[in-house]
Design a protein around this ligand. Structure first.
Ligand code: ADP
Ligand code: ZN
Ligand code: ZN
Length: 692
């Protein structure tokens, strides 16, 4: 009798043992997909991870229902990689399997038959079919030097940081390095944060690598993604995969190089659902398994990466000049607290910013206005009693929107002119009508507090009625088409002003932008998180870096109420090093990464009182296992209820000398213990390792 251990998307155990029917015995191999029953009525597609003859005792085994593949769709390196993710991030292997394979490949026979009819149009291959014409630009001397330094660094180091200011021409260097590895017969993985992966960069690479390049992106259809995956398994795999974080799960046969572009981006960390992995760490591990090299690139390295680079663990290559010797933009700081006090602000705009915008428009230039808050205003407040509408499922106030996003309304209309607006919960997405009167005092007058991108768009159109204004945030750019349309329209100057959230800052290369306005730097500085200063530095520097990329003379107007804050002056003088020195001191002092490992522990339950009981038990067990000096909490996070689930959070701070596998084992045990002993059902416990 033969048995198979199979991974299925059920989060109790890593794998489940099934009986291999006689007729399958000669065909089944590790890495194949099979269809199996689970529980009373469920059927899943799973992956065979082990074949053996040790019959597990104690219960009746079910037979495998169907063998789907004759050759493995997951190779042994991938399985090894999946196991690493599951262990390091303390989550079930089934969750990794779920993240790793395109949905289409996990559908049972019945499901995919049903789907096939409706998805007939999905077959169109929208991987752009541009012919490769080998148009590789020559490198400038500065780029050539950086290129040579990277190659030299890879002689002795597996990981190298390319720290090059915005618009120093890092992409061109990547292209040359990719080309080198491909010509040596190796495969390359090029990772970009979700939001930065646009036609701009895709086309640039496609012109060079043509059909050798596959794109793997969550905005592509599932059919397209599984096509890319399948080709990776064939004997004609892509030589280059350009993709977002989940492309670390692609099968590779001969990976030689991984590039992690914009390595500082926190969106490389998956938040929900599990596995809560960091694609940068995962990429480094993947490369290590292949004996491949990793190149991390950014204008603003993360504190963790820069620390490893300057301590000699990683190689380090620096570029301080922009391409074409264009100067970095000049950054002018405007104190909006003072201007507001003097009644000199015009809505969200300082006189200086309005003047700069006017000058840019008159000279035929374009403008980017950055504001990291979507919607119209932050909140609505009853003018009489101060009542604020809140979400009924989350402990958070609602954001006022004037126009419904296409996603919410389901039609193509951008604006509903007669609308009084809507209230939207930014945590669960629920949409509410604006109340006629205050439920508290029956007052009918509401004031709109704080600015969102919609309001900025409105105001700027008032000041510059002839300017063509475009807005980019998750409300207007919720599909790949919409997003790329905005970018292509703006890059051919169909619009003069682009208003947007952090979306406008990510790696975009618009030659025509001469002025960048940052409306309120404090939105980021005031986040209650130990990374908020670092993150503000990254974001402000990156946004500023969109100005004057072609001809220089870019102007950035940075509005803030904290003009004396160190971060602001480091941004102005583009002084990464001082920012780093300050932050690394604080990290050491307050026991944060890279000196300590952080693990957040979340507990969720619909009943607040019972959750408290479970949290107390958790606290007791955590302290018993790790000592009270390593355990913080339980705390209520700033938004302490989401989707009707109450939340408690613990922080575990672990010093580097504490063996990680022990931490992991303890945490696994504790979760088991609480879930099995507690009488309450519906309690969720999960760990967030290296949280961002
Ligand atoms: P970064 O990624 O460092 O911010 P980019 O790679 O986007 O910078 O380059 C900035 C601009 O300079 C782009 O418009 C790019 O086309 C141009 N550029 C960079 N290097 C070269 C080169 N060697 N030849 C021609 N154009 C270049
Ligand atoms: Zn009221
Ligand atoms: Zn909500």
């Amino acid at each position: 009798m033969k048995f198979a251990d199979i991974i299925i998307p059920v989060p109790l155990d890593d794998s489940y043992t099934y009986l291999v029917p006689k007729e399958m015995e000669k065909d089944i191999v590790v890495g194949c997909r099979v269809q199996v029953g689970f529980g009373r009525s469920k059927t899943y597609v799973g992956i065979v991870v082990r074949l053996h003859d040790d019959k597990p005792d104690g219960f009746d085994l079910k037979p495998i229902l169907k063998l789907i593949d004759s050759v493995p769709v997951v190779n042994s390196r991938q399985l090894e990689f999946w196991r690493w993710i599951a262990q390091y991030y303390i989550c079930p292997l089934g969750d990794v399997y779920n993240a790793a394979l395109p949905a289409k490949m996990k559908k049972t026979v019945n499901e995919s038959k049903r789907k096939r009819k409706s998805a007939a149009t999905d077959n169109s291959d929208t991987q752009l079919a541009i012919q490769s014409s080998t148009v590789i630009s020559d490198l400038t001397p500065a780029q050539q030097t950086a290129y040579d330094e990277i190659c030299a660094s890879f002689e002795s180091k597996d990981i190298t940081l390319l720290h090059g200011v915005t618009s120093s021409g890092k992409t061109e260097i990547y292209i040359h390095i990719i080309n080198k590895y491909i010509s040596e017969g190796k495969q390359v993985l090029y990772l970009l944060p979700e939001i930065a992966l646009t036609t701009q960069i895709t086309e640039r690479l496609q012109r060079v690598f043509g059909d050798d390049m596959g794109v793997y992106h969550s905005m592509f259809t599932d059919a397209q993604r599984s096509k890319v995956y399948q080709r990776q398994l064939s004997d004609n795999p892509y030589k280059l995969i350009l993709g977002v974080r989940s492309s670390v799960f692609m099968p590779f046969q001969n990976l030689g190089l991984v590039i992690v572009d914009e390595e500082h981006e926190t969106s490389y960390k998956q938040q929900d659902p599990a596995p809560r992995y960091h694609a940068r760490s995962a990429a480094v591990m993947l490369a290590r398994m292949f004996g491949a090299k990793t190149l991390l690139g950014t204008a603003t390295p993360s504190i963790e990466t820069y620390n490893l680079a300057t301590s000699g663990r990683y190689g380090y290559v620096n570029m301080t000049q922009r391409y074409g010797d264009v100067s970095l933009p000049s950054i002018e700081v405007v104190d909006i607290a003072r201007l507001r006090f003097q009644h000199r602000m015009k809505g969200a705009f300082s006189p200086l910013l309005l003047e700069a915008i006017g000058d840019a428009l008159n000279a035929g230039g374009q403008v980017i206005l950055f504001h990291n808050r979507r919607g119209y205003s932050n909140l609505l407040e009853c003018k009489t009693c101060g009542w604020i509408p809140r979400c009924s499922h989350c402990d958070v106030s609602l954001t006022y929107h004037v126009s419904r996003s296409k996603a919410q309304s389901g039609d193509g209309e951008k604006k509903e002119p007669a609308s009084r607006g809507f209230l939207v919960c930014h945590y669960c997405g629920k949409v509410y009508n604006v109340p006629d009167k205050c439920p508290n005092c029956e007052g009918t007058v509401f004031s709109r507090k704080g600015n969102g991108t919609e309001r900025i768009e409105d105001q700027i159109s008032n000041y510059f009625p002839t300017a063509r204004v475009l807005r980019m945030d998750t409300d207007t750019a919720h599909t790949r088409m919409a997003y790329e349309q905005i970018i292509s329209d703006f890059s051919v100057h169909k619009y003069d002003i682009l208003v947007g959230t952090q979306m406008v800052s990510k790696g975009l290369d618009f030659g025509g932008v001469t002025v960048v306005g940052i409306l309120d730097a404090d939105v980021m500085l005031n986040q209650p998180d130990f990374r908020s200063y670092e993150r503000s530095f990254h974001m402000l520097t990156q946004v500023a870096g969109r100005a004057g990329r072609k001809e220089g003379k870019g102007r950035v107007i940075l509005q803030t109420r904290s003009k004396d804050c160190d971060i602001i002056s480091h941004v102005v003088s583009s002084d990464y090093r001082s920012m780093y020195d300050e932050q690394i001191e604080e990290r050491k002092l307050f026991r944060y990464p890279p000196f300590y490992r952080l693990i957040y522990i979340y507990m969720k339950h619909p009943d607040n009182v019972r959750l408290d009981m479970a949290a107390n038990e958790m606290q007791r067990l955590l302290i018993a296992a790790f000592g009270s000096e390593r355990v913080l909490g339980p705390d209520r996070p700033p938004v302490a209820r989401i989707h009707s689930m109450y939340i408690r959070k613990f922080i575990l701070k672990i010093e580097p000398t504490f063996a990680y596998h022990e931490v992991r084992q303890q945490l696994q045990k504790i979760r088991q213990q609480i879930i099995s002993t507690s009488v309450m059902s519906g309690l969720t416990i999960y760990y967030d390792v290296d949280p961002m």
